[in-house]
Write a protein that binds this ligand. Structure first.
Ligand SMILES: Cc1cc2nc3c(=O)[nH]c(=O)nc-3n(C[C@H](O)[C@H](O)[C@H](O)COP(=O)(O)O)c2cc1C
Length: 203
């Protein structure tokens, strides 16, 4: 019989969820790439459909390349991103099925089966990469980073800047840093959250 795991303590849960806000403007501290790598190394173990792991990341340090990317952002998102210590573009790989022999080896023929089902592949890649993005945001928080996710952007424009060779498709960007700045716009006022009884049906 496997031993029952102990539950995560309340303080840790608070640090990951209720105690944290989305961050729009960050304090000045730089972000070590190693922390992003460590957050990914943890988040990759969370489940995806058939272990497909379609999420791909493009890390943008401050500089000319990131400035070219923010040209494709909507409204205030470009200004916020230009001021962030580090930015991660979260995308999915439409060719995720190519890796199925390694990622899901106990079922044969998945690569060939999905090669022909382009629409299904797009949807599954997108859905599962979004799922992975959620895991990754929480892993970044667990490694002490604050995160500002943004989907208000022209994804094909971003892809033309950074994914021309890989064919990956942008879903959102995550701005990452150490804590919010003390500017009043650094965090949104907290919006309400649904209670379980409002969000769930128990049948
Ligand atoms: C997928 C996704 C897309 C988002 N897009 C944007 C965006 O384009 N611009 C922006 O300023 N905030 C964006 N946000 C931030 C949300 O508005 C914010 O996480 C939410 O209001 C909760 O805020 P809180 O963490 O302060 O409670 C996005 C968040 C997510 C998860």
């Amino acid at each position: 019989m496997p031993t029952a795991l102990s539950t995560v303590d309340r303080e840790t849960m608070h640090q990951l969820f209720e105690g944290r806000h989305t961050t729009n403007l960050f304090s000045d501290g730089e972000v070590d790439l190693d922390l992003i790598e460590r957050a990914y190394a943890d988040a990759r173990w969370a489940p995806t459909s058939m272990n497909s792991q379609p999420m791909r990341l493009t890390v943008l340090k401050p500089g000319a390349r990131r400035e070219a990317v923010v040209e494709h952002f909507k409204g205030d998102n470009s200004r916020k991103t230009s001021a962030a210590p580090m930015t991660v573009v979260v995308a999915y790989d439409p060719a995720w099925h190519e890796h199925m022999p390694t990622l899901f080896p106990h079922v044969e023929g998945l690569r060939e089966k999905f090669a022909e089902r382009v629409e299904f592949r797009e949807k599954m890649g997108r859905d599962n990469a979004f799922l992975q993005a959620g895991y990754f945001i929480l892993a970044l928080r667990a490694h002490g980073l604050d995160v500002g996710p943004m989907a208000g952007l022209d994804a094909p424009g971003v892809d033309a800047e950074v994914h021309a060779e890989t064919g990956w498709k942008t879903l959102m960007v995550l701005n990452v840093g150490h804590g919010p700045s003390d500017h009043e716009d650094a965090q949104y006022p907290r919006g309400a959250r649904f209670d379980f009884t409002e969000a769930a049906l128990v049948l």
